[in-house]
Design a protein around this ligand. Sequence first.
Ligand SMILES: C[S@@+](CC[C@H](N)C(=O)[O-])C[C@H]1O[C@@H](n2cnc3c(N)ncnc32)[C@H](O)[C@@H]1O
Length: 358
Amino acid sequence: MDLVRDLPLDQLLLGDCVTLMRMLPPASVHCVFADPPYNLQLRGELRRPDDSLVDGVDEDWDRFADFPAYDAFTREWLGECRRLLRKDGTLWVIGAYHNIFRIGAILQDMGFWVLNDVIWRKSNPMPNFRGRRFTNAHETLIWAARQRDSRHRFNYQAMKALNDEIQMRSDWFLPLCTGPERLRNQHGLKLHPTQKPEALLHRVLLASTAPGEIVLDPFAGTGTTAVVAKRLHRHFIGIERHPAYVEAAWGRIRATERASEGAVATMPTRRDVPRVPFGSLVERGLVPPGTQLFDRQRRVSAVVAADGSIAAGAVRGSIHQVGAAVQNAPSCNGWTFWHIEQDGTLVPIDRLRGEPAA
Ligand SMILES: C[S@@+](CC[C@H](N)C(=O)[O-])C[C@H]1O[C@@H](n2cnc3c(N)ncnc32)[C@H](O)[C@@H]1O
């Protein structure tokens, strides 16, 4: 099989995702968002009282003979995603109780490192027609790093800003895709049974990618990932094996405007900050010897020495060691614990890492 040398950026590829992913070069994408078949077949609770299936879930793409067949397919596509991800890349998989636990176990067995499971709580879920179990009102997203020692991207500040300056939690309350966003065929029926809301992808891509990075969606469906990627200035590669979905997705992508350049710039994350020892801030005059450092509440202070160590009373050592000692804690991130006074306000020394010399 030929290996594609230039990545098919901002393209939708028509065909089987495993076959097509095998043609792409390794370690080439920053993020994968996968919304795989749910393996919903023959589930009675998904039938309406007249025995029709809700939401057209009897699509061909959702049929697997049994759990082993589904697991074998899962191993194939997850294995290819893992090969294509860069070392610091992350994978998102969305699913429901039918499949997400199987997928979670398989991806852990492969060496992916789970960072979060996010609950997408639906504000307008489908009712349970038979009344024999709870209304299923959520889906689960697994967010995983390629491997345990990945330095994955998390745009913490962007997530906080999106949530009115409160840390973003792992339970997301968002509506299903409805209204004008929902694609419909000429009879007014839903074009795709599981079109995801753009708001969900907005949060996913804003949290875990930067402008210019590459997002792969191996089960592109109606192109929701591609649409949001384009809007947010990320590159996409989508794969979908149903021609009608690819056609609909292209229409959507073409109709999508990119946001203005300035609107998608995200605040730098800790990962973007150069890794420097504290001593280099002292050498560069950003924190001169003799400077006093404080914790956020000014309960403790320490004095900076010329060699980059700090002293709080009789305790001397690195910013991390002294930070841990004064709190009686096993460890401490001195970069965020210690603050310097600038114009009457306390600023974490972390902020000085990206600054030019004094
Ligand atoms: C759950 S849907 C994804 C929906 C999509 N996230 C959206 O917002 O429209 C799964 C999609 O995967 C496609 N699919 C299933 N098996 C596939 C395969 N082996 N290769 C490529 N696409 C596949 C199906 O046609 C279906 O559109």
